[in-house]
Design a protein around this ligand. Structure first.
Ligand SMILES: NC(=O)c1ccc[n+]([C@@H]2O[C@H](COP(=O)([O-])OP(=O)(O)OC[C@H]3O[C@@H](n4cnc5c(N)ncnc54)[C@H](O)[C@@H]3O)[C@@H](O)[C@H]2O)c1
Length: 313
């Protein structure tokens, strides 16, 4: 059994309206260029105004629109403004990609911490949760509403059939990375969000919103600056940012794949979530697997939790 995912059909993104965060640099910038080259209308947000505007300018001479919107993903209002810019211009949003991310900040679990130094609250470390998890929760909430809107204008009907939400997690979203404590916890959170959304009433439609996670391993951007040489010497595979962009665009263009988690190494992708689900009866047992699924179905869309006054604060 293989769970390889090969990006194809990128021409399907032509004329689609796509919202992306973290588009000024790295994987995001490669993704904006790729989607634009295939004829998509791209609205991208980032903190970095200079780099964002320069990319918008670079791609401006084309019929496909590229628009930079200043957006700090930790701000709910900024996420709203990004989606609204796309919706006001084209009357619909087809695909949404949460790509912005921040690497580990400071030392949350410094082994040299003492009874004295542990008294200082680790605010810098927690910024990672704000960007990588809180920002993605904001983004996904707002995306789910914009994606399910019927097109505002008759002439903008084209491309409204396939909708998708793609959240960039990491290899640290499904396995350990000692030292990247907060980053790993936040990226596991992103995969958890994909799992809880993928077959929920929020995404099951109509219209269905295909929901997937992207889990790259080492990718040559500023996020991993300083470790490339050691990595290469060890003979380990790495991705160019273009590789990751191509898998993200492939998931968006695919039209079918949903609930997946695309692990990417050395430029190749595997849907590890599909493998995990397929083999679950083997490693957990058929009855346990069936019971888990029955329990999930029983809990439905979360009404039980919100109706339970004793669990609400
Ligand atoms: N590079 C890797 O090895 C690697 C591996 C796994 C996952 N990822 C993930 O891929 C995604 C892209 O990372 P990258 O490698 O291109 O890094 P990068 O630092 O080159 O790009 C990240 C982008 O996100 C933007 N950003 C950061 N905080 C933001 C905020 N608060 N609001 C808006 N934008 C913000 C940055 O300005 C930048 O443009 C991230 O989610 C990252 O966690 C990267």
């Amino acid at each position: 059994m293989t769970t390889r995912f090969e990006p194809s059909g990128l021409e399907n993104v032509k004329n689609k309206v796509i919202v992306v965060t973290g588009g000024a640099l790295g994987v995001g910038a490669c993704l904006i260029r790729l989607l634009h080259s295939k004829g998509a209308h791209v609205f991208f947000g980032d903190l970095l105004d200079e780099e964002g505007k320069a990319l918008e300018q670079e791609l401006s001479s084309s019929s496909a629109q590229v628009k930079f919107v200043h957006c700090d993903v930790t701000s709910y209002a900024d996420n709203l403004a990004l989606f609204d810019a796309a919706y006001q211009s084209h009357g619909r949003v087809d695909h949404a990609i949460a790509n912005a991310g921040l690497g580990e900040q400071g030392q949350m679990f410094d082994p040299t911490l003492t009874l004295e130094s542990v008294k200082k609250e680790p605010t810098k470390s927690l910024k990672v949760v704000d960007v990588n998890l809180k920002g993605v929760l904001y983004f996904a909430r707002i995306a789910s509403v914009y994606l399910r809107q019927p097109p505002r204008r008759a002439e903008s009907n084209e491309g409204c059939v396939d909708k998708s939400l793609t959240l960039v997690s990491s290899v640290a979203g499904f396995r350990e990375d000692p030292g990247l404590y907060v980053y790993t916890a936040s990226k596991h959170g992103v995969l958890g969000l994909v799992r809880s959304l993928r077959s929920s009433p929020v995404t099951s439609g109509p219209p269905r919103i295909r929901t997937n996670a992207i889990c790259p391993w080492m990718t040559r951007t500023r996020l991993v600056a300083g470790i490339e040489d050691e990595w290469q010497k060890a003979g380990l595979p790495s991705n160019a940012p273009e590789d990751v962009a191509s898998v993200i665009a492939g998931v968006v263009a695919d039209g079918q794949v949903t609930g997946g988690a695309m692990y990417i190494e050395g430029g190749r992708a595997w849907n590890v979530e599909a493998g995990l689900l397929k083999t679950r009866p083997e490693w957990l047992g058929a009855k346990q697997t069936a019971d888990l699924d029955t329990g999930t179905a029983l809990m439905g869309g979360g009404e039980h939790w919100t109706a339970n006054a004793s669990s609400q604060v």
